[in-house]
Design a protein around this ligand. Structure first.
Ligand code: SF4
Length: 135
């Protein structure tokens, strides 16, 4: 788990659309890989859409929220914003050149591309209040 030293619970939460389209399925696989790599904790996007209080409370306390969307419909980002939650890192697979319904799917390579993109954006967006050296 990613942690910061100040404010919230220091947690980075990863939300993904997990849509039925190929791009949505790659988004979900990428999110699982990011959790396995220690980039953050995978969280239930559908629970936010359903308004589950306990899930909303934990999502509010997160230091950073990552939204991974399969396509330009941005379903994950919209679910978070409807719940009044800011998105710190947003990655859209079709923006990375991954087709929503490709003729020749390449799940492993495409998921790797998403993982690298999210990691680079997380490195560029440390949690608010993170101490950088010094005391
Ligand atoms: S963002 Fe695109 S792929 Fe994901 S659930 Fe929405 S329509 Fe489906």
């Amino acid at each position: 788990m990613t942690t910061g030293c100040c404010g919230g619970n220091g947690e980075t939460l990863i939300f993904t659309c997990a849509g039925a389209a190929y791009a949505g399925q790659v988004a979900n696989r990428s999110a699982v890989q990011l959790m396995e790599h220690g980039a953050g904790n995978l969280f239930c996007t559908a629970a936010l859409a359903a308004g589950i209080d306990q899930k909303l409370d934990r999502a509010r306390q997160a230091a950073r929220r990552v939204a991974i969307d399969g396509c330009e419909d941005h379903c994950t980002r919209k679910v978070l914003e409807k719940a009044q939650l800011t998105v710190d890192v947003h990655v859209v697979l079709t923006d990375l050149g991954i087709e929503k319904k490709p003729a020749r799917p390449r799940m492993i390579d495409d998921a790797r591309k998403v993982v690298e993109s999210v990691k680079a954006k997380l490195d560029a967006a440390p949690p608010a209040g993170t101490c950088r050296g010094g005391r």
